[in-house]
Each structure stands twice: as C-alpha cells, then as structure tokens.
Write a protein that binds this ligand. Sequence first.
Ligand code: ATP
Length: 232
Amino acid sequence: MLINAHGLSKKYPMGESEFYALKGVDFAVEQGEIVTILGPSGSGKSTLLNVIGGIERPDGGQLFVDGPEISAYTDAQLTIYRRDKIGFVFQFYNLIQSLTVQENIEAATNIAKSPLPIDEVMRAVGMYDKRDKFPSELSGGEQQRVSIARAVAKNPDLLLCDEPTGALDFETSKEILKLLESINKTYNTTILIITHNPALQAMSDRIIRVRSGEIVEDVPNPNKLPAEKVEW
Ligand SMILES: Nc1ncnc2c1ncn2[C@@H]1O[C@H](COP(=O)(O)OP(=O)(O)OP(=O)(O)O)[C@@H](O)[C@H]1O
C-alpha cells in the first residue's frame, strides 16, 4: 500500500468560525495505480492533493505514505518528503519563464535524491528537440509536457496532477493523458489526477468521488481503457 489515510481532516478559518474542507476521509492507494479524483468545484479535491503532497498539513487523522506517518512529520521532514517523493503537475504548468526547457527540468533534478537522466526524460515526453526553447516559445501542450518532465525527472514515487488537461483542447489533452499513461507504465509511478472532467475516469484503475469534503464513492474501474480510447 503506498498511501493509507485514516480520518483525514483539514479546516480553514472562516470569519469567527471554521470551515472543514476535508471531513475525515479514509482511502488507500496501491503502488502503480492511476487514480482519478472527481468532484464539483469547492468539494476539497485540491485540499486533498495538497495534504497528500505535504503542501498542507491535516488538522486530524493520519496519513501514511510508503510506510511512515507523514501527518506526524516536522516541517523539515515534510520539505524532504516533497522533494524526494512527490512530483506536482498543475493546470497552468508553473514553469520558470527565464529558463529553457532543459534548465526548468534541471532546476528540479539538481535538488533531487535520485533523479532520472534528463535526456531520457526529455525524450520520454517528446521535448528533446525543443530542450533549448523558452516556455513562451512553446504551445500549452508542450509546456505541460515540460512540466510533466520536470515532475517525473525527480523520480518521484507519487505524481500529483491538479487539472493537468484543464487548459488544453481535446486533442492536446489526449496526448497529455497518453503521456501520463506511459510514465505510469515506464516508471511504475503512482498517479493521482484531480479533475472536473469525468472522461478521465475511463483510463483510471480507481475512481474517488469527493463532495463537500467527504469521499462519497471509491471504486475500482474494471473496464480500464487505454488513454488513446478515452472519449469526451
Ligand atoms: N487557504 C484556504 N483558506 C480558506 N479556505 C480555503 C482555503 N483553501 C481552500 N479553501 C476552501 O476549501 C474548500 C475546498 O477547496 P478546494 O480547493 O480543495 O476545492 P476543489 O474541489 O479543488 O475546487 P476546484 O475544483 O474549484 O479547484 C473550498 O470551499 C475553498 O474555498
């Protein structure tokens, strides 16, 4: 079991009172799974991803990742955890505009514990020929490829994707989904994808549905399709 969560909660201050963005969720994710987390806006998807990724701290419950209890980590331990174990992919890429493709990826691998060879990863995402370009010279789909390369080159156990196709058209989205699928196969990377797009569940091993800070459904997908066949 890679992720094991028991009664995870997260609250934010709201005026005089508190608002629970996560209300004691339980779930587990196996090594190598692709898991899609679906739910309406404000349901707690990003909060859940941020807690798993060590960006936010839960206020209650326990979170175990690859053995240790992350929810008991100090800030310094969480920083090392994020650096060594987690790759993040965001909707709007978050690349450093003044760095080339290769330099953006190097910025992540320079501080990683056991990075993958940069050339291999740039080839894997189809960006080797454009390694000297700057983000402003790339399409949205290409920028997302670089952001995936940056996350994967660290050789993370867990790739956390927050609406990775949210800013892309259908064809480009499909290319990105195929790329995530091939990363999952090549490196056995566990991938969690949060999305509004129900089409992504077709290529997942497991689907988790979140509503008002609670998990309302957590089911395997016995009819998993290759990303190529995903339609929406
Ligand atoms: N830093 C914060 N301070 C206060 N409230 C917050 C904070 N972050 C999130 N929230 C609230 O927690 C709830 C869950 O937010 P979250 O971003 O996790 O939802 P989401 O499902 O990812 O939404 P979306 O699909 O719109 O991104 C929302 O009501 C949001 O306003």
